[in-house]
Design a protein around this ligand. Structure first.
Ligand SMILES: [Fe+2]
Length: 502
C-alpha cells in the first residue's frame, strides 16, 4: 500500500509529509482522505501535511482546504553543486602555501564550553522559567553592550513614555496585518508590549522568529503600540580578521557519516582514509578532524528505519565507526560531537556519547557535547550538529536545505543556535542556555543538512560539513539532493578554506 500511496502522490505532482504517510497507512482507505483533500485544493500544494489529511479524514467531505496562515516554504530546489563549491572568499581552489606536517605539532585540544556532566534540568515548569530568564538576561547583556541599548528601559517603563523608547524583549508572537505590516509581541520580566514594524521601515526585510531576543528603538503611540524605528539583533560585533596561529596546521570537518545505513558511502570513505594517510602535502598537514554529529544512523530514529539499515544494532554501528576512525592516520586528532541520530538524549544541548560507547574508540578521539566550543591550537571552533536548521527552513521564507550558511548567519545575528522553542528541535531547559552563542568563535561549523559550504560572516568562518551518506528514500521523496563526500579543510594560520571532493 505504501508504494501505491507514493505512486498516487507522485502522479498528482505533490509530496507527502512522512507523518502524513504513516497516518494514511493506518486508515482503512488511505487514498480517500488524500483524494478529498487534493480535490478541494485550488492548486496542488507542494507538500501535503499530516494536518491536511487528518482534517480531510475527519470531515469526510470536500472542504479540507489548507488553512495554514503561513506560506509554505518554497520548494527546496537542488542547487547546482558547482555553485555551492565555487571558490567564494575565503575558499581557495587549493592551498598556495604548503602545510606543516601535522606529526611535528603536538595536538592542543581544549573544550571551553560543553554541557557534558553538567546537566541539571528535570524538565519542570520552574526549569523552563529559569531557562528562558537566563536566555533573556544573557542576550540582553549582549544588546546592552551595544551603544544604542546601553540605557535600555524595562518594558513597563517604556510603555508609559511619550518620547523615544529603547527596550529589549523576547518575541512571544508575530503576526502580519492586513496592510503588510508586522506586529511583534515582546516580553521582558516586567511587562509585555506590541511593536509595529511598518512594511517600509528599516527592519521590514528582517524575518523575526519566536523566542529570539531583540532590541527596539521606537515611539509609543496613544494606544500603547510602539511604532518601531528599528529592531536590532545582538549580532556579532564588527568585522575582525581571522585570528590565526603561527603554524600552518589544518583542520578538516565532516559530519553525518550515518554508519549502519545501507546508503552509507563506504567506497567514498575508503578514498578519504587512503588520502588522509597519503603523502599529499595537505593530508599530511591535517592536525584535527571535527566530526559534527550523526556519526551513526542509529536505531528507531524515524519510522521503518530498519528497512534502511545495513547494521541493525546500535553498538555494532559504533563498533564499525570505531574501526573506521582507528584506520585514520595518527597525526589526525578527532573531536566528535553527537547529532539527532546518535545514542544520546535528543534534547539539546546533548551530552557527549556515553562512556560505554566512547570505550569502543581509541584514545585519538575527544568526545564532546552538541554544541561545544572547542579550542584547536588556540583557534576557537563552535561545533553544532544543526538540527535547528529544520526550524529555520520551515519558519523563514526563502531558507532552504541547500543554503545552510544562510541559517548559520541568522544564528550569529541572533547569537543563538536554536532560538525557536517548540518546533522540531527539542530543547532541554538547563539552568544556563547553552545554545546561546556567548563567546564569538573563530570558526562555526554545522552539519545535519547533508550539503556543504564555506563562507565568512563578520570575521567568523562558517563551515557546513558534508555527509558520507547517499540520497535516502526520505530525501528522494522530498526532492533533496545531498552533496556527499566533500571535505572542507581550513588552514588554522590564515582561515583560508578549501573543499576537497572524494
Ligand atoms: Fe542530523
Amino acid at each position: 500500500m505504501r508504494e501505491e500511496l507514493l505512486a498516487f502522490v507522485s502522479q498528482r505532482g505533490t509530496l507527502l509529509e512522512p507523518a502524513a504517510i504513516e497516518y494514511l497507512l493506518s486508515q482503512s482507505d488511505p487514498l480517500g482522505p488524500l483524494d478529498r483533500f487534493l480535490a478541494a485544493c485550488p492548486e496542488v500544494p507542494f507538500v501535503v501535511t499530516l494536518q491536511d489529511v487528518v482534517k480531510a479524514a475527519d470531515i469526510g467531505r470536500s472542504v479540507a482546504v489548507r488553512t495554514r496562515a503561513e506560506p509554505l516554504a518554497p520548494p527546496p530546489r537542488p542547487a547546482p553543486a558547482a555553485a555551492l563549491l565555487a571558490p567564494v572568499l575565503p575558499v581557495a581552489a587549493s592551498f598556495r602555501r604548503q602545510g606543516e606536517p601535522a606529526a611535528q605539532e603536538e595536538p592542543d585540544i581544549r573544550i571551553l564550553r560543553d554541557i557534558t556532566g553538567r546537566s541539571t534540568c528535570e524538565g519542570t515548569l520552574e526549569d523552563f522559567t529559569r531557562y528562558f530568564r537566563n536566555r533573556f538576561q544573557t542576550v540582553s547583556r549582549m544588546l546592552r553592550g551595544r551603544h544604542e541599548f546601553g540605557g535600555a528601559q524595562d518594558i513597563s517603563r517604556a510603555r508609559r513614555s511619550t518620547r523615544e523608547v529603547r527596550f529589549i524583549g523576547m518575541v512571544s508572537d508575530i503576526r502580519a496585518t492586513k496592510n503588510g505590516h508586522r506586529i511583534l509581541e515582546l516580553e521582558d520580566e516586567t511587562d509585555r508590549i506590541s511593536v509595529l514594524v511598518l512594511s517600509d521601515s528599516a527592519s521590514a526585510s528582517e524575518t523575526f522568529v519566536m523566542d529570539e531576543v531583540v532590541g527596539v528603538v521606537g515611539k509609543v503611540n496613544d494606544r500603547g503600540l510602539v511604532i518601531a524605528e528599528s529592531v536590532v539583533r545582538p549580532d556579532v560585533p564588527g568585522t575582525k580578521p581571522f585570528r590565526g596561529i603561527r603554524e600552518h596546521v589544518r583542520a578538516a570537518f565532516l559530519s553525518d557519516i550515518h554508519v549502519g545505513s545501507n546508503t552509507f558511502l563506504a567506497e567514498k570513505w575508503a578514498k578519504l582514509t587512503a588520502w588522509m594517510s597519503s603523502d599529499d602535502e595537505v593530508a599530511r598537514s591535517l592536525r584535527y578532524l571535527v566530526v559534527s554529529g550523526d556519526v551513526v544512523d542509529g536505531i528507531g530514529v524515524f519510522p521503518r528505519q530498519d528497512e534502511e539499515l545495513a547494521i541493525d544494532d546500535i553498538y555494532a554501528q559504533y563498533e564499525a565507526l570505531a574501526k573506521m576512525m582507528a584506520a585514520l592516520p595518527d597525526h589526525v586528532s578527532v573531536v566528535m560531537i553527537p547529532g539527532n541520530h546518535d545514542a544520546v538524549r535528543p534534547a539539546e544541548p546533548q551530552p557527549a556519547l556515553p562512556v560505554p560507547i566512547q570505550k569502543l574508540f581509541d584514545s585519538n578521539i575527544t568526545f564532546a557535547g552538541n554544541p561545544s566550543l572547542v579550542s584547536l591550537h588556540g583557534v576557537k571552533v563552535l561545533a553544532y550538529h544543526g538540527r535547528s536548521m529544520d526550524d529555520f527552513v520551515s519558519t523563514i521564507p526563502g531558507m532552504n536545505y541547500h543554503r545552510p550558511l544562510d541559517a548559520m548567519r541568522e544564528m550569529l545575528k541572533m547569537r543563538h543556535l536554536a532560538p525557536i522553542y517548540g518546533g522540531k528541535t527539542p530543547i532541554a531547559p538547563e539552568a544556563e542556555d547553552h545554545l546561546i552563542i556567548d563567546d564569538v568563535p573563530d570558526i562555526f561549523v554545522t552539519g545535519h543538512v547533508h550539503s556543504v559550504g564555506v563562507d565568512t560572516y563578520r570575521g567568523v568562518l562558517l563551515v557546513n560539513s558534508s555527509t558520507w551518506q547517499a540520497q535516502t528514500p526520505y530525501q528522494k521523496m522530498r526532492n533533496i539532493e545531498p552533496l556527499p563526500a566533500r571535505l572542507p579543510i581550513v588552514d588554522l594560520a590564515t582561515g583560508v578554506a578549501a573543499i576537497k571532493e572524494f
